[in-house]
Design a protein around this ligand. Sequence first.
Ligand code: NAD
Length: 230
Amino acid sequence: MKKRIIVFTGAGISAESGIKTFRDSDGLWENHDVMEVATPEGWARDYELVLNFYNERRKQALEVAPNPGHLALVELEKEFDVQIITQNIDNLHERAGSSSVLHLHGLITKSRSTIDENLVYEIEGTEINPGDLCEKGSQLRPHIVWFGENVPNISIAHEMCETADILIIIGTSLNVYPASGIVNFAPRKCPKYFIDPKAEKIVLVNNLNIIKENAGTGTPTLVKELLDNA
Ligand code: NAD
């Protein structure tokens, strides 16, 4: 049976595709305070600004392409059972060809109802506009988990991590909770790798190999090593 690899990714894996991370921009997300554009309070204050912000992010995400980091993870599927868990809202893992991707914080290409979170839609084109309504008549919002909101996929992510034979963490500051806590659910003995130019030891996570490199170079190197030894 193939060994199971859980890959946990953050904004850093998409940086070399041209999508900015926000810790690297002084806590601003494309020049916006995250409290303005990524909270329910921000939505209540000025929903048109929030819609515009994600319309721009969506256009950008569709213009860029997967980089060697995303592509290497697809190669890994040749010898391993690979499950990606991403904090990213872009769809670059899917566009690279990864077959199993769980999004913890939603997906930029989808919209959802503001009165029924189960009503989720593919966005036709690139925009959600004021007046675009769900089938129950409420304004559509981006299908994104904002700060202060529940993370519906967190339990399933915990269960996935518990099944890891190997854990790979890529391009995340591990500053966003509860998402970052999932790394603690991997078995103690399972080998773990952390690829990020700012990677550091993680409290309570043992058997951790720190790879202080960009995703675009560090990931293909690690993938080759794992495939050679599979
Ligand atoms: P973060 O912005 O907090 O941290 C980014 C991390 O990426 C840092 O540790 C940084 O050192 C690392 N990094 C920068 N360039 C890198 C590279 N080339 N290769 C590897 N690592 C690199 O990101 P986060 O931890 O993912 O948390 C931010 C939240 O913001 C997430 O929840 C995410 O939903 C959202 N976000 C998403 C995107 C996206 O979808 N692409 C972009 C920005 C923010």
